[in-house]
Design a protein around this ligand. Structure first.
Ligand code: PGA
Length: 264
């Protein structure tokens, strides 16, 4: 079954104290949402995945220990198993620290750190090998959208970065569509634009892996998604949740986004 997920990408923000305070506040808000559930059994809260900076992962995990439906992941991983890579962090370490997910191919990694599809394929391999769920990001830049090549750009990113997998590996993967022009800009894709691309991605998955795989694929939208526009975006049939940057740093906004997905 397709999972519904709200993920918070904290990026390189917050001191440890601030991160702990945010996590604590979030816990209270999620408890309140759960408390308001009329029939949680029939309509469980969407899954929540938090992506703090590496150094806070174990602390945030401790805070949510024994807590159902809240997961913690890393914002990146290295493409090798281990070795002489000063300053880098391997999937094996992330998993052994207790995290469950990893963001791969975020546009900030692609553009600022020169990560290309071939490297991202190696990262997803490492992640899966070590039992992490890759959240694989794709999305076009503004000139590509303006030139009308956005479908082709996303197709290539998925073909090269992701479609090396077999069906069972793909089933453990989440895709996030994040148009680069919408990330951190306050300009969000319209619900129609998001739906159109999500449907395109699902069709690509169907073409390579068959309808059941496509039907079960979780595809998140990311890029200036906030408490105001989340409901409209999440009401699209192929949008299964969100990867949230800026708005995930405010417990109130983030919990309202969770609520939007829950009630849509
Ligand atoms: P944003 O970031 O919500 O701040 O636009 C999304 C992301 O980069 O994942």
């Amino acid at each position: 079954m397709r999972k519904r997920i709200v993920a918070g990408n904290w990026k390189m923000n917050l001191s440890l104290d601030e991160a702990m305070a945010l996590a604590n506040e979030l816990k209270v808000k999620i408890d309140a949402l759960r408390g308001s559930a009329v029939a949680e059994e029939d309509n469980p809260l969407p899954e929540v995945v938090l992506f703090p900076p590496y150094v806070y992962i174990t602390r945030i995990l401790d805070m949510f220990s024994g807590y159902k439906g809240v997961w913690v992941g890393s914002q990146n991983c290295h493409h090798e198993e281990q070795g002489a890579y000063t300053g880098e962090v391997a999937s094996l370490m992330i998993r052994s620290a207790g995290a469950s997910h990893v963001i791969i191919g975020h546009s900030e990694r692609r553009s600022q750190f020169g990560e290309d599809d071939a490297l991202l394929a190696r990262k997803t391999k490492q992640a899966l090998k070590n039992g992490l769920t890759p959240v694989f990001c794709c999305g076009e830049m503004l000139p590509e959208r303006e030139a009308g090549t956005h479908f082709g750009v996303v197709t290539e990113q998925l073909k090269n970065g992701l479609f090396w997998m077999d069906e069972s590996q793909l089933a453990k993967t989440v895709i996030a569509y994040e148009p680069v022009w919408a990330i951190g800009t306050g300009v969000t894709a319209s619900p129609d634009q998001a739906q159109e691309m999500h449907a395109h991605i699902r069709k690509l998955v169907a073409g390579t892996y068959g309808e059941p795989s496509a039907e079960n694929m979780t595809i998140l939208y990311g890029g200036s998604c906030n408490a105001k526009n989340a409901t409209d975006l999440f009401s699209q049939p192929d949008v299964d949740g969100g990867l949230i940057g800026g708005a995930s740093l405010k417990a109130d906004d983030f919990s309202r986004i969770i609520q939007s997905l829950w009630t849509t």
